[in-house]
Design a protein around this ligand. Sequence first.
Ligand code: XUL
Ligand code: CO
Length: 439
Amino acid sequence: MQYFPNVEKIRYEGPDSQNPLAFKWYNSDEVVAGKPMREHLRFSVAYWHTFRGTGSDPFGAGTMPHPWAEATDPVVAAEQTVHAAFEFFTKLGVDFYCFHDRDIAPEADSLRETNAILDRICGLAKQKQEETGIKLLWNTTNAFSHPRFANGASTNPDAAVFAYAASQIKKQLEIGKELGGQNYVFWGGREGYSTLLNTDMKREQEHLACLLQMAVDYAKKIGFSAQFLIEPKPKEPTKHQYDFDSGTVISFLKSHGLDQHFKLNVECNHATLAQHTFEHDLQTASMHGMLGSIDANQGDLLLGWDTDEFPHNILEAALAMRVVLKQNGLAPGGLNFDAKLRRESVDLDDLFIAHIAGMDTFALGLKMAAKMAEDRFPDAFIAERYASYESGIGAEIESGEADFEKLEAYTLENGEPKARSGKQELLEARLNQYLWQVR
Ligand code: XUL
Ligand code: CO
């Protein structure tokens, strides 16, 4: 049984192709900056949006056909969804996928039963992984949808809810090990608050740190060596999410002695919700050696929430890939399309078209970033801009040899510093030139 009978394996046809079901830029084995595109980009499909997202919103029901979810028995539907998912991954030509426990298998009446179903569905996923060679980029725990998590998971004022979340995560770590997951993600879900009138913020954050430490300890105990990732987000669903942005997460991890065990999974639309650019949050994580993986999507300038659109902004992708190339790649992380179709996009083919567009966007971004690196653009300009720190008084500042008295003496002798242009407009115009220089 095929769920996408009208779609064949997606092939590369080049930038002039008019075929919506072909790649224009993503040519998986083409070598760019010393390695095949697929190794740079490590594309992954998000199970929750692509196979479970229905298009429902607060104003209306789902709009999207899900032929794999029609069985009345939810466990049978979950099995059929695994078959549809692996057909999709194979035809699209991605190497990875990601899931939450609750999107791959339904919840039953007790944790014991729920875990038994999870084992059964993940057994099938493992078999499909072995058959197709597709790997698990990361799995994660949904400790935010069920009503028990309305006031948070590890930051819930009720210790019994903390225990429930911990039990779910324990199971997901075991599943990650079983499926050879290369990373494991913690997204805060409802770890945050809406009003300090009912919240002990310090205590809640300490509880979050306790949970993360327990996860580190348990992974070690069972020999699960995946890279742990935290995914920042500033708001939604709570007003104040504790994992606000890259900077906040890094200082939280450092202040709780957890920074050796975690990296970040940076999502474009989360960075923009925090009033940063995607590039800013990537760079913040990367400069601390903590950029582990990316949730690739984009937001909408006119909407203030997490719209999770498929990425089609080439300049944004190029600047993102510049950060990735500079740190020599993302592995064991990758680029996961945490993105969904618009509610109006109701053809099954749209799922392919959207992923193809996202993959082409990042492939072109990669090519631009590689060419920029080759030209040392804008690195040569940046190096020159800071050249005064390479020798003389600047070198003394950086090495710690200078002090206030020495700097005052320098200023008295040298007088007013010369004004120097930051050349932003020139650099922006030059960046645009790369759009056509990569052909
Ligand atoms: C929510 C979000 C999540 C995480 C995984 O905004 O991005 O889907 O990626 O829990
Ligand atoms: Co995400």
